[in-house]
Write a protein of this length. Structure first.
Length: 506
């Protein structure tokens, strides 16, 4: 008598939203989001949830727990102030506004009469919001009320920081229990501060600050913080500030505003005003790291004015070139080869993300564009005009919503994809031949499309007492037929019992 296989029917439905966008360029610090979004837009663009005046400013949005945070320039008690705002994500209505520091800018603005304002983006961590002002004041606020918890003026003793031309534009970086900033004093400028109270944990190295925000990343299995300083890149141990590696990248000292970009073991940096770009490969021998330059180009065509590129599948996609001449380009990370040699004009130095496997680009003139991340050719998927002023920052995305800033207004767009039907398992067995096929469909009978199959994973076990994390990945060949995914197991003896589970990766 032949036993019958038992199938464990554990279906997991796809999740539409993938959470908050708590820091500049997202919680992973890389500008990449797993949010599923609608990729076919009407001619009028995605559905607008709200659009609100936001005074002058170049800050982006941080989004967490139903609130969108940004900085604006506003008169408070007859004084020009940088003010942190919390907006309701559903309506855009202002929930609170807290002045942080005096708003004073020298030789800034768009040059078109649109004014000037904050450049830094707030950072959210749990029930707290952290802000780094144009004049090097670091503040911690209560996320629900805007009430001050603590503040630290880095221009005062013991840090004695000195500002740079166009003032601070870096956002506060949080990783673990620490905040990372550059105080730009006479010595020991790189800081690791406790996020609970702003007290110092470590202070090292004399590298002067740029306008670029530090990056938290993991390279070759080691967590590290990469500061982009005036001499170049410095990677340090988060807990101690001890240097791991360094890349000397001299620019023309006008401005370096784009953050470092990490593509596995390759790290890229750039600057505007003919400074160009360079990339290093990071290697590790024992506990010693080495940064070896892969390529270096000078000139304006390969630099980033202040828009940070995004790394995706071995390429850097970004808005390369100075100011209004910036073009969308695709650069091979390992060689620096521009695979779209002329680039795509019309974007300017706006912002770029990767969302749901697509490029999401905010152009300087307020157009939002969805495009394929294809090294061989530029293919545009959708485009919409969403803002009327200059957009000199990165958009944010949270739970299927795009948050974008112009110099004097902000907008929220709904691009959330429809929830996918949960998956289900079924089995066709042939005891006579000892073979079977395992099928995966959906609960409501809708078809599974090819892109979805890449995220489906089947695990198997012969004993339900085994923890699911230790189940074996089912590697049989698969085919998509009539909207169902079928796995064919080669003929062989049927087991007394076998269990299967199906999961879907984000």
């Amino acid at each position: 008598m032949v036993s019958v296989l038992a199938a464990g029917l554990f279906g997991v439905g796809a999740v539409v939203g993938y959470g908050d966008w708590p820091q500049y360029r997202g919680g992973s610090h890389d500008g990449v989001s797993a949010d599923r979004i609608v990729q076919e837009w009407p001619l009028t663009g995605p559905r607008q949830l709200w659009k609100k005046p936001l005074n002058s400013g170049f800050s982006s949005f941080a989004v967490s727990q139903g609130r969108a945070f940004t900085l604006v320039r506003r008169m408070v008690d007859d004084q020009d102030q940088e003010v942190c705002l919390a907006l309701d994500t559903e309506t855009g209505n202002e929930l609170w506004a807290t002045p942080i520091d005096a708003a004073s800018y020298i030789n800034g603005g768009t040059g078109t009469g649109d004014g000037d304002g904050p450049r830094s983006t707030p950072t959210v961590d749990g029930d707290r919001v952290y802000v780094f002002s144009c004049n090097l004041k670091l503040a911690c606020l209560e996320a629900s009320t805007g009430n001050s918890i603590w503040s630290l003026d880095l221009t005062r003793s013991p840090y004695n920081g000195r500002n740079i031309n166009w003032q601070n534009a870096a956002s506060p970086l949080i990783d673990g229990d620490l905040i990372f900033v550059n105080c730009n004093g006479s010595a020991n400028n790189l800081l690791g501060l406790r996020k609970t109270d702003g007290t110092q944990v470590w202070r090292r190295y004399s590298d002067k600050m740029t306008h670029a925000t530090p990056v938290a990343t993991t390279i070759l299995g080691v967590r590290q913080i990469i500061f982009y300083t005036q001499p170049g890149l410095v990677a340090v141990v988060p807990e101690t500030g001890v240097e791991l590696w360094r890349y000397n990248f001299r620019y023309n000292e006008t401005s370096a505003a784009a953050s470092a970009v990490v593509a596995d073991d390759i790290v890229f940096c750039s600057a505007a005003y003919n400074s160009g770009a360079g990339a290093v490969r990071i290697t590790k021998s024992g506990s010693t790291f080495t940064a070896t330059e892969l390529w270096r180009f000078t000139g304006s065509s390969m630099g980033n004015h202040w828009s940070t590129p995004v790394a995706y599948n071995g390429y850097f996609y970004g808005l390369f070139g100075d100011s209004g001449s910036a073009r969308l380009k695709c650069i091979e990370a390992a060689t620096g080869t521009a695979t779209w040699p002329e680039g795509v004009a019309g974007f300017g130095p706006g912002g770029i993300l990767v969302v749901d496997g697509k490029l999401l680009i905010l152009g300087t003139t307020g157009e939002i564009v969805l495009a394929e991340p294809n090294p061989t050719a530029y293919t545009e998927i959708a485009r919409a005009k969403i803002l009327s002023q200059y957009c000199w920052n990165s958009p944010a995305i949270s739970n299927g919503r795009i948050y974008a800033r112009g110099t004097s207004e902000g907008v929220c767009l709904d691009v959330a994809a429809k929830a996918l039907s949960p998956l289900r398992l079924q089995m066709l067995a042939n005891p006579a031949s000892g073979s079977f096929e395992l099928g995966i469909g959906t609960v409501d009978g809708t078809s599974i499309d090819p892109p979805r199959t890449e995220k489906i994973e089947v695990m198997s076990a012969t004993d339900l007492s085994i923890q699911t994390a230790n189940w074996t990945k089912f590697t049989a060949p698969a085919r998509l037929t009539n909207g169902m995914l079928w796995f064919a197991e080669p003929p062989g003896p049927l087991l007394p019992q076998q269990y299967f589970s199906v999961t879907e990766k984000p």
